[in-house]
Design a protein around this ligand. Structure first.
Ligand SMILES: Cc1ncc(COP(=O)(O)OP(=O)(O)O)c(N)n1
Ligand SMILES: Cc1ncsc1CCOP(=O)(O)O
Ligand SMILES: [Mg+2]
Length: 375
C-alpha cells in the first residue's frame, strides 16, 4: 500500500472509531436512562471500552493527523431521515445500525494493515449483535405491554388454583370469554405457592397473548416474569416499585379519589384502578367513591388532565356495568362477576359489549412508551 493509501485507511479508521464510539455511547445512555437496565448498560460500556482498547493499537497522533473534517466531502451529504427521529425507538435503531456499520468498516479497512486489530473488531461486532438484539427486544416488550394495557377493556382478578391444570383451565376459559388482563390476587397462600402459580400463569398468559399481573408483590412479579404488578395506596410507592420491576414491566395503582388519579400521572404508573364503585362480595369497604368518582376520572381523561388507562373496580357485573359506561369509563376490573364457570362467556361478552360503546380516549397510539409526545 502506498503512503497515501495508508493515510486514507487511517482516516477511515479514525472516522469509524468515532462513529462506533458515539453510537455505543448513545445506546449506553438509552439502556441507562430510558430502560434503567444495569446489565445492558454494563455490556455497552464494555463494548465501548473494548473498542477504545482496540484503537489503542494504532498511533493516536497519526490517526488524529489523518483527520480532515473540513475537507471531508461526506459531511455535507445528509438525508432527511438523519435530521429527525420519530421517537426514542428510532434513536435506538439508528445508533445500533450506525455502530454496526462503523464496526464493519473498522474491520474491513483494518484488515489491509493490521489483521490482529480486524479480528478483535470482528469479535466486538459479534458481541454487539447480541447486545443490540437484547436491547431491541426489551424495547419491543415494553411497548407491547404498554399497548396491550391501553387496548384492554376487561380485566379479571383471580385467586390461586389448586394445581397447574386448574390454573391452565381457568386462564383458558377467561381468555375464551374475552378477558384481556388477568391479575393473580391471593393473600391466603404462602409465598412458594404464590410464586409457583405466578410463574406458571406467566407462561400460560404469554401463550394466550394476554397480560398477567401480580397483586401487591413486585418481587414475585419479577421472579415469575409476569407482565406487571398492581399496588395500592398504602403499599410501596410506585416509583420505588419501579426500581424493583424495571422499565419493562407494568405497574398498576389503585386510586380512590381524583387527587390520587392526578398524583398517579406524576408517577411512573402505567394504569390505574378506580374504586370501589359498588359493594361486592370480594372485599368490603366503608366508603364508596362510586360513579361520581368515575365521572371525574372520565372528565379528567377528556381534558387531558390524566392520561392513564383507568379500570373501574368494585362490585361490577352485568347488572350495573351500564352505570359505569354512563360515567364515561370503558374499562373494568372484576372478580365476582367472572368467578363462576357457569354463564362466564355470556357475562363477559355482555360486559364487553357494553364497555365497547365507550371510545377509548387513551388509545394505543397516544402513549407508546418510547414515542416522544407532540410538543
Ligand atoms: C385493577 C385493580 N384495581 C384495584 C385493586 C385494589 O388494590 P389494593 O387497593 O392494593 O387492594 P388489594 O387488592 O391489595 O386488596 C386491584 N387489586 N386491582
Ligand atoms: C380488590 C378490590 N379493590 C377494590 S374493589 C376490589 C374487589 C373486586 O372484586 P369484585 O369485582 O368481586 O367486587
Ligand atoms: Mg394491594
Amino acid at each position: 500500500m502506498t503512503h497515501a493509501e495508508s493515510r486514507t485507511v487511517l482516516r477511515i479508521l479514525d472516522a469509524n472509531a468515532n462513529r462506533a464510539g458515539e453510537g455505543l455511547r448513545t445506546l449506553e445512555e438509552f439502556a441507562r436512562f430510558i430502560l434503567d437496565d444495569r446489565n445492558l448498560t454494563d455490556c455497552l460500556k464494555t463494548h465501548r471500552h473494548d473498542l477504545a482498547a482496540a484503537m489503542g493499537r494504532w498511533n493516536r497522533l497519526q490517526l488524529i493527523e489523518s483527520r480532515d473534517t473540513p475537507g471531508d466531502v461526506g459531511t455535507g451529504v445528509t438525508t432527511a431521515g438523519e435530521q429527525s427521529r420519530a421517537d426514542l425507538s428510532a434513536v435506538l435503531a439508528a445508533a445500533a445500525t450506525r455502530t454496526q456499520q462503523a464496526l464493519r468498516c473498522l474491520e474491513e479497512y483494518g484488515k489491509t494493515t493490521n489483521p490482529g486489530f480486524a479480528a478483535i473488531i470482528e469479535s466486538i461486532r459479534y458481541q454487539c449483535y447480541a447486545t443490540f438484539r437484547d436491547l431491541e427486544l426489551k424495547v419491543a416488550s415494553v411497548n407491547v405491554r404498554s399497548r396491550k394495557i391501553r387496548e384492554a377493556r376487561l380485566y379479571a382478578l383471580i385467586a390461586c388454583e389448586p394445581d397447574a391444570e386448574c390454573l391452565e383451565a381457568r386462564i383458558g376459559e377467561l381468555v375464551d370469554a374475552g378477558v384481556d388482563v388477568i391479575q393473580l390476587r391471593d393473600s391466603s397462600v404462602d409465598d412458594r405457592a404464590l410464586y409457583q402459580q405466578a410463574s406458571l400463569g406467566a407462561v400460560i398468559a404469554k401463550r394466550h397473548g394476554i397480560l398477567w399481573i401480580i397483586n401487591d408483590r413486585a418481587d414475585i412479579a419479577v421472579a415469575a416474569d409476569a407482565d406487571g404488578v398492581h399496588v395500592g395506596q398504602e403499599e410501596v410507592p410506585v416509583d420505588a416499585v419501579r426500581r424493583v420491576v424495571g422499565r419493562d414491566r407494568l405497574i398498576g395503582l389503585s386510586t380512590h379519589d381524583i387527587e390520587q388519579v392526578r398524583e398517579a400521572t406524576r408517577t411512573s404508573a402505567d394504569y390505574i384502578g378506580c374504586g370501589p364503585t359498588f359493594p361486592g362480595k370480594t372485599k368490603s369497604f366503608d366508603h364508596f367513591p362510586g360513579c361520581e368518582f368515575l365521572k371525574q376520572v372520565s372528565e379528567a381523561e377528556r381534558t387531558g388532565d390524566h392520561i392513564l388507562p383507568a379500570f373501574a373496580i368494585g362490585g361490577i357485573g352485568l347488572k350495573n356495568v351500564e352505570e359505569v359506561v354512563q360515567s364515561g369509563i370503558g374499562r373494568v376490573a372484576v372478580t365476582g362477576a367472572l368467578a363462576s364457570h357457569d354463564g362466564l362467556h355470556q357475562t363477559a361478552s355482555g360486559i364487553r359489549e357494553c364497555l365497547e360503546r365507550v371510545p377509548l380516549r387513551i388509545t394505543p397510539n397516544s402513549g407508546e412508551v418510547f414515542s416522544v409526545p407532540d410538543c
